[in-house]
Design a protein around this ligand. Structure first.
Ligand SMILES: [Zn+2]
Length: 857
């Protein structure tokens, strides 16, 4: 029998685990661990061998028993390439329940996956070690032999043997602790619910916890290395609110017996939803609220809410296989926004989500995109699924569906789904069935095009000459030009037209190639994708665009954001002249919404990477022109009654004015402000301080570099550490940037951050050439040292190497070294570079002429 490629990676279901009794003895000094797993298995048909997953483990014995019978010892074969262990027994094993006892040893690795070690220095400079786990997607097999696929759910009874004085945390509450008389103790945890292997967690080290906050019967705590407990308040607040919010929304109690939120000094991802023992990188959990910017606080609120949303969606009900990971992540992202929006309505989280939606559209507008739900065969492909399409596109289309069905109906469907599949696994179709039952309408008809097909549409809107509006659709592609792929979607379209006495709204489902919409009276202007929830772009005919541009300040912020974001995408695709886009930006000089500015600023930074160096001064002049009015209105001082978002806008615009805009006044004031800050930290608003640091890096030299490097190393909060770290990538002198690059490999910058620092250097017009040369010389060392997911993301930065020559070099580099980033990731990065170079070639002359008219200094 020939196995299909997919089958090669799936374990046989002839023997199925129901329960694991795990005993692990990590030795933090030797960085090793000893383990025993007693796995209760159900043998379905008579077998002579048992196959499960194991990687980088030495398995010393395997024995089967039944009802206290004499153990049957099996031979052990490890296949490292397949990450499997095979146990062959001398006699046939009859169907029924058996206990498989495995003794094994392993190493606490430095790759931030499996059972790994994280190190940190205390205030006195002494080094300490923590042992922690990161098992998603397929690394539980590095911690203990197991059936490491999400559908093999089981109960876990964990015992950790740790040195006295060390804290031990796992998924459930501690049942009892027994001293072993050798300076160690055995910590026995309560049984978990039936759950997947990737959600198991162990953390051991000198950690301290806050007092618990009770959410109903559930204690919620934050854990961190000693001396940082005072940075936990904010996370506890948003954590307690979210936990309560989700219990109400889902209509089901929290499925565990406690919630611990743990800050780990070395952590590859942002956070991980292990049931009851959620792990985070420090800057996603710990913060001094009074000294943090809005952006920094928002990130923590998002991540904490996201992980707690997973306790039901992902942990209680789990995807059957990794192709359904979008269901997990899209839903948690969607629910994170719901919870944070309810907690802090003034943050306008659904409006600010526009930025994330647009980021997903950037990837999904590529030929090399993939459907949200996509075939996953092996672990490598699985890692590539943790991307913008899974999280942001997934959450966007769920939001679109929620708005289409109505929030109450949608919630009813979600409740049905969770109730039907709790403690088990589910597929996308199960969610559609539950939502369909709640809504009394077929959901797949609307959703399949968004989930199972790649890309998204651009809706073209034009006046039909008879007082009506003609809408048509086709797939949007950056490299597609005017060609029509023939692909169609069912698009819930919402239109809003301005008429004499206010507005008229129209809702329709555009499911064919085109539709005509009658307009009630002569409309002054029309906005398509009213409310901004639709996952599509809009291309207005010239007359409609002109009217809408004039009325830009009258439409909603998210609609203005979409107008700019869509227009710039059209320019990148060659469907709008770049100079027409730059003209359009002149309408936004009095803009007050932070997200609209984010769209505008990021498009100007993109143009900066495309134009030749001699035009950068002219672009800076354009930047100053666009920002000047708002910057002077905002000033440097916080005014009473300003919203948090408005304060953040001040920081954002000062930063762009002093860096991309090279504004000498702002740069001089930044220097003064930082001089004052050295003496009096309260003299600068927390939203402005990061901007000042970025500006000083841009204009700074040796002295600033030395100071920022010191401040990075002696930072008191994770946020402070990040600001100074990334500032080291924001200098302009090659010699200084060279030092930053050295730090990415010599251990001065943690491997969890180093790849992102390089990505940030690639995005800088001053750093990209250096960073590229550095990568070419060191990529093998990077591949060895960096966590795999972050190593992959580092290459995202290659899209900023905008020149035909660089593009040739980049392509040759990946071809020659056979670097595979999993799934379609590399193809996406290369295509983004192609889009930028094509834009450069197409627009060089027109941009040159246009920018030359901007007065350079
Ligand atoms: Zn998640």
């Amino acid at each position: 029998m020939v196995l299909s490629a997919a089958m090669d990676y799936r374990l046989p279901a002839t023997v199925v685990p129901t329960r694991y009794d795990l005993r692990l003895e990590p030795d933090l000094v030797a960085a090793t661990f000893v383990g025993e797993a007693v796995i209760t298995v159900e043998v379905e048909t008579t077998v002579t061998e048992i196959v499960c997953n194991a990687a980088e483990l030495a398995i010393h014995s395997a024995a089967l028993t039944r009802d206290g019978s004499v153990p049957i010892h099996g031979s052990i074969t490890l296949d490292e390439a397949a990450e499997r262990a095979r146990f062959v027994f001398p006699a046939a094993i009859a169907p029924g329940e058996w206990k498989l006892t495995l003794r094994f040893t392993g190493t606490l690795n430095d790759r931030l996956h499996g059972f790994y070690r994280s190190t940190y220095k205390d205030a006195a400079g002494a080094a300490h070690t923590i042992a922690a786990t990161q098992f998603e997607a397929t690394d539980a097999r590095r911690g203990f032999p197991c059936w490491d696929e999400p559908a093999f759910k089981a109960v876990f009874g964990v015992t950790l043997v740790v040195a006295d004085g060390l804290a031990a945390v796992s998924n459930c509450a501690i049942l009892r602790e027994e001293p072993l008389g050798d300076g160690r103790r055995a910590v026995r945890f309560a049984d978990t619910i039936r759950m997947s292997t990737y959600l198991v967690a162990f953390v051991v080290g000198e950690l301290e916890a806050t007092e618990p906050v009770m959410v109903g019967p559930t204690p919620l705590r934050v854990w961190c290395v000693p001396g940082k407990k005072h940075l936990a308040r904010f996370a506890l607040d948003v954590g307690a609110y979210s936990l309560d919010f989700f219990e109400r929304y889902y209509g089901l109690p929290y499925p565990g017996d406690k919630v611990d939120l743990l800050a780990i000094p070395d952590f590859a991802a942002g956070a991980m939803e292990n049931l009851g023992a959620i792990t985070f990188r420090e800057n996603a959990l710990l913060v001094n609220e009074a000294a943090a910017s809005h952006a920094e606080l928002e990130r923590i609120a998002d991540v904490v809410a996201h992980e707690l949303a997973h306790m039901w969606f992902g942990d209680l009900v789990t995807m059957a296989w990794w192709n359904g990971i979008w269901l997990n992540e899209a839903f948690a992202t969607f629910m994170e926004l719901m919870a944070v929006d309810a907690w802090k309505p003034e943050w306008k989280r659904w409006t600010t989500f526009g930025v994330s939606r647009a980021a997903a559209m950037q990837v999904d507008g590529l030929e090399a995109t993939r459907p949200i739900e996509y075939e996953v065969r092996n672990p490598h492909d699985c890692r590539a699924m943790f991307d913008l399409l899974t999280y942001e596109k997934g959450a966007s289309v769920l939001r679109m569906l929620e708005q289409h069905l109505g929030p109450e109906v949608f919630r009813e469907g979600v409740r049905l789904y969770l109730e039907r599949h709790r403690y088990a696994n589910a597929e996308t179709t199960d969610l559609w069935r539950a939502l369909g039952d709640a809504a009394h309408q077929p959901i797949p008809a609307i959703m399949d095009g968004w989930i199972f097909k790649p890309g998204y549409p651009v809706v073209m809107a034009d006046l039909d000459g008879g007082g009506g509006l003609k809408l048509s659709q086709r797939r949007f592609q950056y490299l597609g030009g005017e060609t029509d792929s023939g692909q169609r979607w069912r698009i819930p379209v919402v239109l809003r037209a301005a008429v004499k006495r206010g507005y008229v709204e129209r809702r329709l489902l555009l499911d064919g190639e085109a539709a005509s919409v009658e307009l009630p009276a002569k409309a002054d202007w029309i906005v398509v994708n009213s409310g901004g929830h639709g996952f599509y772009r809009v291309r207005y005919g010239p007359a409609l665009l002109k009217k809408l541009a004039h009325a830009a300040m009258k439409i909603a912020p998210v609609e203005r954001f979409n107008l700019l974001s869509d227009s710039f995408a059209l320019a990148q695709a060659g469907l709008m002249a770049a100079v027409d886009y730059l003209d359009l930006t002149a309408r936004f000089t009095t803009e007050s919404d932070r997200n609209v500015w984010t769209a505008l600023n990021s498009s100007l930074a993109y143009v900066n990477r495309v134009i030749p160096a001699e035009l950068r001064g002219n672009l800076a002049a354009l930047v100053r022109h666009r920002l000047a009015e708002k910057v002077s209105l905002l000033g440097w001082e916080v005014q009473e009654e300003e919203t948090e978002l408005y304060r953040q806008l001040r920081g954002d615009l000062l930063r762009v004015m002093g860096t991309l805009g090279d504004d000498e006044d702002v740069q001089a004031r930044a220097r003064e402000a930082f001089a004052r800050y050295r003496d009096d930290e309260s003299s600068l608003d927390a939203n402005v301080l990061p901007a000042v640091i970025a500006i000083l890096a841009a204009v700074g030299g040796e002295a600033e570099y030395a100071e920022f490097r010191d401040r990075f190393k002696s930072a008191r909060t994770p946020q402070e550490e990040q600001r100074y770290l990334y500032a080291l990538a924001g200098f302009r002198q090659a010699e200084l940037l060279g030092r930053t690059l050295e730090m990415t490999l010599n251990g001065e910058i943690r491997s969890q951050d180093a790849p992102y620092v390089i990505r940030s250097l690639l995005a800088s017009v001053y750093g990209r050439g250096l960073a590229w040369e550095f990568i070419k010389g060191n990529w093998q060392a990077m591949a060895r040292q960096y966590p795999e997911s972050a190593y992959t993301r580092m290459y995202e930065g290659i899209a900023a190497l905008v020149s035909a020559e660089w593009e040739r070099e980049v392509r040759a580099f990946f071809a020659e070294n056979k670097i595979d980033l999993g799934g379609k990731t590399l193809q996406q990065y290369l295509e983004q570079l192609r889009v930028a170079v094509a834009f450069q070639e197409r627009e060089a002359e027109a941009l040159g002429a246009f920018l030359s008219r901007q007065k350079s200094r």
